[in-house]
Design a protein around this ligand. Structure first.
Ligand SMILES: [Zn+2]
Length: 94
């Protein structure tokens, strides 16, 4: 289906950009996926059809500081939840 939630990309970018500031107890892909899933459930999705619109919507989000702050605080919240109880293999070993 040529429709996808552009917020996936936005949250992914935020996670990459702030990974070192989130004080994650684990940096594996599984934990980052969990953070993304939790954050994306909180954030209103924006489905788009045309890939060429991506940069426009991203710029719009960067310009809209309120929504950028909301996205960041949602990612921070999700990171705290996952860091408190990681579900990956690394966590089981300890
Ligand atoms: Zn992990």
């Amino acid at each position: 289906m040529p429709v996808y939630n552009v917020m996936e990309e936005v949250v992914h970018n935020v996670l990459q950009q702030y990974e070192n500031d989130l004080r994650l107890t684990c940096h594996c892909e599984r934990c980052k996926d969990d953070i993304m899933a939790i954050a994306l459930n909180e954030i209103k999705p924006r489905y788009i059809v045309n890939d060429k619109l991506n940069p426009v919507i991203r710029v719009e989000h960067v310009a809209d500081r309120q929504s950028a702050t909301n996205i960041l605080s949602t990612v921070v919240k999700a990171a705290r939840i996952v860091s408190a109880s990681p579900r990956c293999e690394n966590a089981k070993k300890e």
